[in-house]
Write a protein that binds this ligand. Structure first.
Ligand code: ARG
Length: 459
């Protein structure tokens, strides 16, 4: 086992203690960041004259070799090492001897791991963003294709007013757009380099922190070395953003599950995205949507775990912080998979347009418009509300819709009604007279879609 310390110890570490303490089984994911970070450190050490150019070049070349060999599988990460940092350094020393031993000059594992994690999270922020962007493209396609696909809009899961599939999906477009903006904000805040913070109090070497920060694409170095090694805010912010993405995906999943149910039949999930039952031959289950909904709890859990882990830690570095990794890795992988699978499910979703339209027709979703008709003919809104309430009651008794009533029946409740009421409360009128910005009419939706398309192109 490669261990970076031991000089002041008189006994071997107990094996159980060693295993409990070791992190390589999960932090091996950071091999690339660790190597890239070390290369920048070495370049900087040469720039300020701590290493010779030759030493630096030898170390950099060997680090490149190590990276290549890990990636092509010829070098297997040795899980008996304590962590990925020890493994990489051990490999280097094996090849370069004393020169390799100079790598860690002016550095602590505390600022090293802080850097590795920042580089990793920064990369993953971008990867999740790419997935979200792709997903938004699918949502936008569905919006474009369903500008006139009328469906009921719900409040309290009760039919409320008619909308369109474009409008409904447009709501999710906005949510996932904000999720991307959140990721961007996090990156802006976290993109500072902790390398050079040392163990906690900086270092006595004349390190050029500006230079390493620049080499690694950071906006600059972090400004307090205690904070540099002990800040995990950005991981928490990321887990929070991931939790919000999952909350959105979960709501969307819930709707797909409802829409796909036998009772609704608004949509049909593609066979490729459904699963069967081992006993009930007729079943086609929405397991993907259910799993996405279910995994939301798991991602929230990582956020609560890390918040709780961090809350009692005195400055600066403490080993508790090693717990950030499995939580973050699990949440990132889970969310990435969920976005990809959900996108595929939505992309292949079949809309039963007739069923949706019929459903919109059958739940008095035009009642507000009937009341508005009366208002436009001089009836105060509160009276109009009462009149239409009585009309709805009448219709429920007769099992008909408002539009099925004869004019004489309507007039017996309010003589304000004229023949043009039928056009005023037709489904298409109800949708297409909603012209305010953000409303479901074709015209308003076209404007929104134009803006969303521009946003997607420029982001
Ligand atoms: N594996 C540790 C972590 O993930 C990094 C090593 C720092 N260890 C230390 N004993 N100072 O936080």
């Amino acid at each position: 086992m490669a261990q970076l310390w031991g000089g002041r110890f008189t006994k071997e570490t107990d094996q159980l203690v060693y295993d409990f303490n070791a992190s390589i089984k999960f932090d091996k994911k950071l091999y690339r960041e660790d190597i890239v970070g070390s290369k920048a450190h070495v370049k900087m050490l040469a720039k300020v004259g701590i290493l010779t150019d030759k030493e630096a070049l030898d170390i950099e070349n060997e680090l490149d070799n190590i990276l290549e060999s890990i990636e092509d599988g010829s070098l297997v990460i040795d899980e008996t090492c304590e962590d990925i940092h020890s493994f990489v350094e051990a490999c280097l020393i094996k090849k370069l001897g004393d020169t390799g031993k100079k790598l860690h000059t002016g550095r602590s594992r505390n600022d090293q791991v802080a850097l590795d994690m920042r580089l990793y999270i920064r990369k993953k922020l971008e990867e999740i963003d790419v997935e979200l962007k792709d997903f938004l493209g699918v949502i936008l396609r569905i919006m474009n294709e369903n500008l006139t696909t009328v469906m009921p809009g719900f409040t309290h899961l009760q039919k409320a007013q008619p909308i369109t599939v474009a409008h409904h999906f447009g709501a999710y477009f906005e949510m996932f757009k904000r999720d991307r903006q959140r990721l961007f904000d996090i990156k802006e805040r976290m993109n500072f380099c902790p390398l050079g913070s040392g163990a906690l109090a900086g270092t006595t070497y004349n390190l050029d922190r500006e230079y390493t920060a620049e080499l690694l694409g950071f906006y600059g170095p972090t400004l307090n070395s205690m904070d540099g090694v002990s800040d995990r805010d950005y991981v928490i912010e990321f887990l929070s953003a991931l939790s919000i993405i999952m909350m959105h995906l979960s709501r969307f999943s819930e709707e797909v599950i409802i829409w796909n149910s036998n009772e609704y039949q608004f949509v049909e999930i593609d066979d490729a995205y459904s699963t069967g039952s081992s006993i009930m031959p007729q079943k086609k289950n929405p397991d993907i949507a259910e799993l996405v909904r279910g995994k939301t709890g798991r991602v929230y859990g990582t956020l609560m775990s890390l918040l709780t882990t961090m809350k009692g830690i005195p400055l600066a570095y403490n080993k508790d912080m090693q717990e950030d990794k499995e939580l973050a890795f699990d949440a990132i992988d889970t969310v990435k998979n969920c976005i990809i699978l959900f996108k595929g499910m939505i992309d292949t979703l079949k809309f039963n347009k007739d069923v949706m339209r019929n459903s919109a027709k059958n739940g008095f979703t035009n009642a507000t418009d009937a009341a508005d008709y009366l208002v436009k003919h001089g009836v105060p809104f509160r009276d109009a509300h009462g009149i239409v309430g009585r009309i709805v009651l009448y219709c429920i008794e007769k099992n008909i819709g408002i539009e099925d009533m004869k004019l004489s029946e309507l007039k017996s409740i309010s003589d304000v009604f004229e023949d043009d009421i039928y056009d005023a409360i037709s489904l298409d009128t109800c949708v297409n007279t909603r012209l305010t910005i953000g409303a479901p009419s074709v015209e308003a939706m076209k404007n929104s879609i134009k803006k969303e398309t521009e946003y997607l192109k420029n982001s």
